[in-house]
Design a protein around this ligand. Structure first.
Ligand code: NDP
Length: 479
């Protein structure tokens, strides 16, 4: 049975978007010289004009961060730093609705996800790291852990505020100051976060936010006044950054792409598994580095799982991200939509079979229907390359060993999922899988206490938990 839902639109009255933004440097908003538009990908409406930082702005931000590091932040006790982090976390909670609406407008993700996942988790990262700020000596990371200095942080567009929190919270807890650049297509929640820093009376220069494009990111990476680079984004740009910092003394953490295997064994609880498959690939329009984008089905249950998956997909609601009933929102940009269309076309051309439920897509904005490809082989591009969209590639296997070989047959190693009712099989499989995060009978679950990161081309280092903290301290192993 399926129910008709009346629209339940969230109000945008709670946010006030300025027509033009500058950069946040040394605790103040300073006017930018050049600007570019940021749009709502669900409607193509221009939301605001955002400044593009060049060399002068990057120099000014690094200088402000250095001054704050030397004069204030590195001298402050952990207990005092923790108070600021708690204050930021509480203000984020108080302004959660504003953050959620702004994130959805700028990113295109459903309000249900920004409201229930992105914003609460971002606040949780600040709460968690606030607790560490005065306990670093007891973290098992050396008797007198010291910060690195000024961290340059570059984040992507898929979880704009959450990625900011993953980067800023541990850096500040460990005593570093930061220069952060949000993605070109989703700068607005980072700019609202700058207002939160002012509201929390964070000392000037501890957090600096520069908006811009890839050229701004490159200026931050190559700036001699930066001690650490933390990057989340594509493997391609991650490699450029690795090459740029190799001859320097900069520390680096890279969270890059993925092509996770979500493995369904024949003893899996099928109905729960189908929910997990849907959550694994259609959550956040599949714009998730750890998305379960390769579904590996044991042959004897493949037909049943696919039948149930298709009937579940028929109930997915695609459309207005501001509607509280929406499951799948807009694709974040025209460029990303182009990439998804191109890779899906490669799937057709290479002989895989495409299926999508009947769904009416809005006329304006960037949209792609939830899609699965069956008959996929390991050689297909859609089995090897990160699509970063709502597209699932389905492969099959006969024996557990074959599942492991197929799962590990990828240049990535960020995450994996195992569906089985047998604990021994789950433990065995998780030991064989070469992935940084392995979920068992669930998928896409995140927690600030749990380290996250990848093997191989999925990146270097971990974020979250004690491991993530260590990446912002001197002389501590980053793995
Ligand atoms: P990028 O890796 O280009 O962007 C990530 C961040 O890096 C953005 O802030 C970007 O700025 C910045 N950047 C771009 N070029 C440079 C550079 N040379 N030096 C320093 N910083 C730079 O990802 P895209 O947004 O272009 O997405 C491309 C593909 O990457 C996607 O299709 C997807 O497959 C993958 N991706 C993976 C993510 C993940 O979490 N694993 C996240 C995002 C994308 P700007 O936004 O202004 O270009």
């Amino acid at each position: 049975m399926s129910f008709e839902y009346a629209p339940a639109p969230e109000s945008r009255a709670v946010v006030s978007i300025k027509p033009k933004y500058g950069h946040f440097i040394g605790g103040k908003f300073v006017a930018g010289s050049k600007h570019f538009p940021t749009i709502n990908p669900a409607t193509e409406e221009v939301l605001s004009q955002v400044a593009l930082a060049g060399k002068a702005e990057v120099d000014a931000a690094v200088k402000a961060a250095r001054k704050a590091y030397t004069a204030t932040w590195s001298k402050m006790s952990g207990k005092e730093r923790g108070k600021y982090l708690y204050r930021i976390a509480r203000i984020m909670q108080e302004r959660a609705r504003e953050f959620a609406v702004l994130e959805t407008l700028d990113n295109g993700k459903p309000i249900r996800e920004s409201r229930d996942t992105d914003i609460p988790l971002a606040a949780a990262h600040f709460f968690y790291h606030a607790g560490w700020a005065d306990k670093l000596e007891y973290a098992g990371l050396g008797t007198s852990p010291k910060p690195l200095g000024v961290a340059g942080q570059i984040i992507p567009w898929n979880f704009p505020l959450l990625m900011l929190a993953w980067k800023v919270a541990p850096a500040l807890a460990a005593g570093n100051t930061v220069v952060l650049k949000p993605a070109e297509s989703t700068p607005l929640t980072a700019l609202l976060f700058a207002e939160v820093c002012q509201q929390a009376e964070l000392p000037a220069g501890v957090v600096n936010i520069l908006t811009g494009d890839g050229s701004t990111g490159a200026l931050i990476v190559n700036h001699p006044g930066i001690d650490k680079i933390a990057f989340t984004g594509s493997t391609e740009v991650g490699k450029i950054i690795a090459r740029a910092v190799a001859p320097t003394k900069k520390s680096v953490t890279l969270e890059l792409g993925g092509k996770a295997a979500n493995i369904v064994f024949d003893d899996a609880p099928i109905d729960e598994t189908v929910e997990g498959i849907v959550n694994g690939i259609f959550f956040n329009q599949g714009h998730v580095c750890c998305a379960g984008s390769r579904l590996l089905l044991q042959e004897n249950v493949a037909e049943e799982v696919l039948h149930k998956l298709k009937s579940r997909m028929e109930k997915i609601r695609v459309g207005d991200p501001m509607d509280k009933n929406t499951d799948v929102g807009a694709i974040n940009s025209k460029e990303q939509l182009g990439k998804i269309i191109e890779l899906a076309a490669a799937g057709d051309a290479e002989g895989a079979e495409r299926w999508s439920p009947a769904c009416e897509l809005p006329g304006k904005g960037f949209w792609f229907a939830p899609t699965i490809f069956t008959g996929v082989t390991q050689a297909h591009r859609i089995a090897r390359e990160e699509i970063f969209g709502p597209v699932l590639s389905v492969l099959t296997f006969r024996t557990p060993q074959e599942a492991i070989e197929k799962a590990n047959n990828t240049p990535f190693g960020l995450s994996a999922g195992i569906w089985s009712e047998k604990g021994s099989r789950t433990l065995w499989a998780s030991q064989q899988l070469r992935a940084g995060v392995i979920w068992a009978n669930t998928f896409n679950k995140f927690d600030p206490t749990s380290p996250f990161g990848g093997y191989k081309e999925s990146g270097w280092g971990r974020e979250g938990g004690r491991h993530g903290l260590s990446a912002y301290l001197k002389g501590v192993s980053h793995e």
